[in-house]
Design a protein around this ligand. Structure first.
Ligand code: GBH
Length: 444
């Protein structure tokens, strides 16, 4: 029964007009077609074939076969009412060896893909680099060598010149710290190297300059209405109590923990660097993309210093063991980015939860765990907006179950279930619920 006087949705559940609701994926995780139409190998194609590198030895050869099924996938997206889609472009499809020769068939693929999206009323948000470095560049030294910077500059120009007439939302690189620490520091991700900190630092510097070239390419070739930002998984710091002392501790911790990336980009300050490099890195962007899954709890400690708390055993956790289910990250991550680094516009470019969902039963996947977690996150996001944090969009990770890097295919983040044997897609309960949120522009 309706309670008289309580509207549904309530005012505090309604999002600002024009809020961008979307879903996200990345090329290497969904496309398959690993050597279709002249594509060169990426570091993930090669790494995933190494014995023991991924769960079950899973590789990217077929993935969701999106390369051949993108029209059906966009039909489903459109049927769910999704209006914004974050995807990435595979560098080795366009430039099989990373530099020089352009593969026209690869370029054409994304022309068809983008047109298919636009025909269905879906706005593309394109990430230039989501971890699939051409193997040929790795063979020459990879991210620690400067030649990746020059190669990326050409690649970014090619991408924006090719698609900039239809793509107006650009993301340069995804989670620089993650692909470098995992790929070159601990070796858990491609290319699986274990290098000393100074090598990883060098790689980090190169990736920042690549971000700068991405921004430059959009400004030069993207047209006047084009917007560009970087996506980071800046560590959200969550004050144990929402009191002035703990909030101050969270602010200090956020500044310290995220300065490596956000300082150079937002404050243009950064050790001893050639001024031309710094100029590229610190160019103004239009938004900051934040991937938020979890956060770290802090309180005021001794001498006013932040004190980080570790999660106890049995703290609610997704099947991804790192994914502690703390929805308040979604309030504090964007708010601290705005307060500490002066970010003027935050777009949540990823949020979700990884579970080993069971196959559909009578056509249904009741992923109530994922649904409730995302709902809690959206409640916190709305609270942050209500308190004045500038947030203009939210993308659920992921549209469909896909290749979860070293965790392979059992670990599912999709709103849509992927049967990797038959390639049948089944919207989960979370997809149907999210579809309604998009339609209402409100938490339902
Ligand atoms: C994002 O990365 C990626 O952009 C996306 O491609 C990916 O599929 C998605 O999230 C879900 O994972 O050392 O065991 O504690 C998330 C990056 C993954 C970084 C987990 C920290 C900690 C692993 N995070 N990682 S562990």
């Amino acid at each position: 029964m309706n309670h008289p006087g309580i509207a549904n949705p309530t005012a505090s559940s309604i999002f600002p007009p024009g809020f961008a609701w979307g879903v996200a994926t990345a090329a290497p995780q969904i496309e398959g077609g690993a050597d279709a139409d002249g594509k060169g190998p990426s570091i993930w194609d090669v790494f995933s074939r190494r014995p023991g590198a991924t769960h079950n030895g899973d590789n990217l050869d077929v993935a969701c076969d999106h390369y051949h099924r993108f029209r059906e996938d966009f039909d489903l997206m459109a049927a769910l009412g999704i209006k914004h889609y974050r995807l990435s472009i595979a560098w080795p499809r366009l430039m099989p060896t990373g530099v020089g020769t352009v593969n026209a068939r690869g370029v054409d693929f994304y022309h068809r893909l983008i047109d298919a999206m636009l025909e269905r009323g879906i706005t593309p948000w394109v990430t230039m680099f989501h971890w699939d470095l051409p193997q040929a560049l790795e063979d020459k030294g990879g991210w620690p060598t400067r030649l990746v910077v020059d190669a990326f500059a050409d690649y970014a120009d090619l991408v924006v010149k090719s698609y900039g007439d239809r793509v107006k939302n650009w993301i340069t690189l995804n989670e620089i710290g993650v692909f470098l620490e995992n790929g070159y520091g601990i070796g858990r991700h491609a290319p699986g190297r274990k290098e000393p900190a100074e090598v990883v630092n060098q790689a980090f510097h190169h990736a920042l300059i690549c971000h700068g070239h991405g921004v430059r390419a959009v400004r030069e070739h993207g047209g006047r209405s084009a917007r560009v930002g970087l996506t980071d998984n800046s560590r959200p710091m969550i004050p144990l109590t929402e009191t002035p002392e703990d909030i101050a501790a969270a602010r200090t911790a956020f500044a310290e923990r995220n300065s490596r990336l956000l300082e150079p980009i937002y404050r243009g300050s950064y050790g001893e660097v050639a001024p031309t490099d710094l100029e590229l890195i610190a160019q103004p962007t239009d938004f900051l993309g934040l991937n938020i899954y979890s956060g770290e709890v802090v309180r005021e400690g001794a001498h006013g210093r932040p004190h980080s708390l570790t999660y106890p055993d049995h703290y609610p956790t997704a099947d991804s063991p790192w994914l502690k289910l703390n929805a308040r990250a979604m309030y504090w991550g964007p708010r601290l980015a705005a307060e500490v680094f002066g970010v003027k516009d935050v777009v949540i470019t990823e949020n979700g939860a990884g579970y080993n969902d069971e196959p559909p039963v009578n056509g249904a996947v009741l992923d109530l765990h994922r649904l409730e977690y995302i709902r809690s996150c959206l409640r916190e996001l709305r609270r942050s907006i209500g308190d004045g944090t500038p947030i203009s969009g939210y993308f659920a990770w992921s549209f469909m179950d896909n290749f979860e890097w070293a965790d392979g295919y059992d670990r599912r983040f999709g709103l849509v279930y992927t049967d990797f044997k038959t390639q049948v897609r089944t919207p989960k309960a979370s997809a149907r619920w999210f579809s309604r949120i998009v339609r209402e522009n409100a938490l339902v």
